[in-house]
Design a protein around this ligand. Structure first.
Ligand code: UD2
Length: 301
């Protein structure tokens, strides 16, 4: 099979590309705005530097492709608040470009990286796919729009599509360099360096963390199986930030000071997914515990 991974030099995309490489022909398209060439240097993939906003480029690359894993995005809520037009161009117009190029090239399926952000501030837990989305950021709107485009392209043009609503994904190659990076990438980076970690608020807030290898398997199943629609991808378990901080230190075998700062503006207090649909329809279940995932993440150079 020939697969294209947009955003394939990024965190999740590079893990998908790695899982496919060797067995399949893999083309990675990435504009390297947040991705890195080094993420894909150790396995056999074709690399094309370019953006999903370049429709002619996508049309060329998608020719002969069986499936597209669409992971490219400006993957940041705060960035989308600062510059909604940039997020709109890449996440919404870019997704439309991907779907148009996929349709025109006769691609069989597009699997799209959506986000738990689409649920917004609605406090009901756990979040399930039947709930009404309530986006509270341009980023969330962009992911929800991508889902809607997928559904409409399925209806109008018969293109098979799946949207995976990722919760808090973590693992090797997640970039810790920005203040908005995933909390686990920041904590593991600091603990490795022997530096203090900062918890925003009292540490009682919770997230549903899922290890990247499980997210990769969800993508492969979504591509292979005869399924369409929207699926939550998470572990279906809540972990509070104090427990997480202790877990990272245990995985590292090293203690660092824990500092407490003000609650981050716009932070959701609790997050938890209902993953029944992924279990029953996709045939997927998370296999990695948080602790095993943390150990693996810590061990990466
Ligand atoms: C996640 C997604 C985001 C979007 C959002 C939807 C990640 C990396 N981000 O944001 O893309 O889908 O969910 O709601 O998956 N924290 C600390 N100390 C730190 C860094 C973070 O205490 O040094 C806290 C932070 O205040 C928050 C929690 O850790 O309460 C998780 O933060 P995050 O940025 O990893 O992810 P989140 O849930 O805000």
């Amino acid at each position: 099979m020939r697969y294209v991974v947009t955003g394939g030099a990024g965190f999740i995309g590079s893990h998908i590309a790695e899982a496919l490489a060797g067995e399949h022909e893999v083309v990675v398209v990435d504009d390297l705005s947040t991705g890195h060439r080094e993420n894909i240097q150790d396995f056999d993939v074709e690399f094309v530097e370019g953006s999903v906003t370049d429709l002619p480029l996508l049309q060329e690359i998608f020719t002969g492709a069986d499936g597209v894993f669409h992971q490219a995005a400006i993957a940041s809520v705060p960035k989308s608040v600062d510059d909604p037009l940039a997020t709109h161009a890449v996440n919404e117009t870019g997704t439309l470009d991907v779907l148009l190029a996929a349709r025109d090239a006769g691609v069989k399926k597009v699997v799209f990286a959506s986000s738990s952000a689409v649920y917004g501030e609605e406090p009901t837990l756990p979040k399930h796919e039947g709930m009404l989305p309530a986006p509270v950021s341009p980023y969330a709107i962009s992911k929800l729009t991508g889902e809607h485009y997928e559904a409409v392209f399925s209806k109008l043009f018969g293109l098979k599509t799946v949207a995976l609503r990722y919760f808090n994904v973590f693992g090797p190659r997640q970039d810790p360099s920005s203040q908005y990076s995933g909390v686990i990438s920041i904590f593991t980076d600091r603990v490795r360096a022997g530096e203090a970690i900062t918890i925003h608020g009292d540490g009682g807030q919770t997230r549903d963390f899922v290890y990247v290898a499980d997210v990769v398997r969800a993508n492969l199943l979504a591509m292979e199986r005869d399924v369409t629609g929207v699926f939550n991808i998470a572990r279906g378990q809540q972990t509070d930030l104090n427990t997480l901080a202790r877990g990272v230190m245990e995985a590292a075998g090293r203690e660092v000071p824990v500092e407490y700062g003000p609650v981050r503006q716009g932070d959701v207090r609790h997050s938890l997914a209902d993953i029944t649909r992924a279990r029953e329809v996709l045939g997927w279940a998370p296999e990695w515990t948080l602790v095993d995932g943390l150990v693996e993440t810590m061990g990466w150079d």
